[in-house]
Design a protein. Structure first.
Length: 144
């Protein structure tokens, strides 16, 4: 039993991936929840770079992480954007059928498609609306 555990940990260190995503982005957090369900060999660990000290711990620039998802491999190499998505799919057995499509998309349009989606996402800063955002009252029902 201990031998299998050590082997699993060795594989996880070698092939594991730490993915730093935007925890203030609803689209990102939904995607991470979905990816978490298909992460069968548990080689991918998702962490919000918005948590204090996370970007610095992994040696990443927080502004760059805000523009594109970042993935840090076990050897310390960093992938971002489409390359990070390809790295995630490569480590999730269920996503292997999507790999050719992701790689083809990367070859054809590069990071541009990823960047278009990333620029249009909503970022909700926790606590930022407490003072500045008006609270909307529900409208009264029609006919009453």
């Amino acid at each position: 039993m201990m031998r299998e555990y050590r082997m699993f940990m060795w594989i996880r260190r070698r092939l594991g991936l730490v993915v730093l995503y935007d925890g203030w982005c609803p689209l990102c957090t939904r995607s991470v929840r979905w990816w978490g369900r298909v992460n069968l060999p548990a080689l991918v660990r998702f962490v919000s770079f918005r948590e204090p000290g996370v970007a610095a711990l992994h040696g990443l620039d927080q502004a760059r992480a805000a523009r594109r998802i970042q993935a840090v491999a076990g050897d310390g190499s960093v992938r971002e954007g489409m390359d990070a998505l390809i790295a995630i799919a490569g480590r999730s057995v269920i996503l292997w059928p999507a790999l050719p499509l992701l790689v083809l998309g990367r070859l054809v349009v590069g990071q541009r498609l990823y960047d278009v989606v990333a620029r249009r996402r909503t970022v909700l800063v926790p606590g930022a609306c407490e003072e500045h955002c008006p609270v909307r009252q529900p409208s009264p029902p029609a006919g009453g």
